[in-house]
Design a protein around this ligand. Structure first.
Ligand code: PGA
Length: 255
């Protein structure tokens, strides 16, 4: 038995109205054996507009929820932004930071993700920090270097104690939403590398304790094999988390 509890998260991205979200959550709650949530951390990341509804449906269920993004500022003139305290007030436990879609379409740099990580941690939110290389970077043999740099820059200034609350998600950009999954061996190799980076930055103990999720076209068909790898501690699931049957199946394969 690994010392790291498995973690399965659903990133809904820009999908589901609050009414649809309520339906999906009811189905997840109904289909999930409650005992399971003590063996696996189950977290969903709905759009901001659904968080309150999700919090109501999941009350006392053991299923957790969080947000897909957050501002690094506390409050003030930041039109369109959402703060850490707004998320905490809704009962969010986690926040996804540095997702490749944020990096790609909204120009989030490692420096911005670092500011957000610091703000989340000081506000009591647990970041799910996303890293991963593009296809071009992999083809040029730069994947290890790029991911090491992302880890190093995004976690700059984070102290060892706070690392207890950080989850890392390795999501190769070429595998996100493409139906093209990294092979279990390719993913395992990168997860080992990430643990290496964490050991260099912090310590072997922290590297050994940090949960590292795989993301990128995880489905109910391939989850079992991916989650059985030594260094893969669960998944960050996009498309397949929008259907309760598939999501429940994926959670079950984390046991
Ligand atoms: P996908 O997305 O499962 O649809 O590939 C994963 C993610 O972006 O978190």
């Amino acid at each position: 038995m690994s010392l790291r509890k498995k973690f399965v998260a659903g990133n809904w991205k820009m999908n589901k109205t609050f009414i649809e979200s309520s339906e999906l959550c009811k189905n997840i709650k109904q289909g999930l054996d409650k005992k399971l949530t003590s063996d696996v951390d189950v977290v969903v990341f709905p759009p901001f507009t659904s968080i309150y509804t999700v919090s109501e449906v999941f009350r006392d269920s053991g299923i957790m929820y969080g947000a897909q993004n957050m501002s690094y500022k506390d409050d003030g003139a930041m039109t369109g932004e959402i703060s850490a305290s707004m998320l905490s007030a809704l009962g969010c436990e986690y926040v996804i930071l540095g997702h490749s879609e944020r990096r790609q379409y909204f120009h989030e740099t490692n420096q911005i993700v670092n500011l957000k990580t610091a703000k989340a941690l000081s506000s009591g939110l647990k970041p799910v920090l996303c890293v991963g290389e593009t296809l071009e970077q992999r083809e040029q043999g730069l994947h290890v270097k790029v991911v090491d740099e992302q880890i190093t820059l995004c976690l700059k200034g984070v102290c060892a104690v706070d690392m207890e609350n950080v989850i890392v998600a390795y999501e190769p950009v070429w595998a996100i939403g493409t139906g093209k999954t990294a092979s279990p061996e390719q993913a395992e190799e990168m997860h080992r590398q990430i643990r290496n980076s964490l050991e260099n930055l912090f310590s072997a103990t922290i590297a050994g304790r940090t949960r590292i999720l795989y993301g990128g076209s995880v489905t109910d068909k391939n989850a079992g094999e991916l989650f059985s790898m030594n260094n893969i501690d669960g998944g960050l699931i996009g498309g397949a988390s929008l259907k309760h049957e598939a999501f429940i199946q994926i959670i079950n394969s984390a046991l």
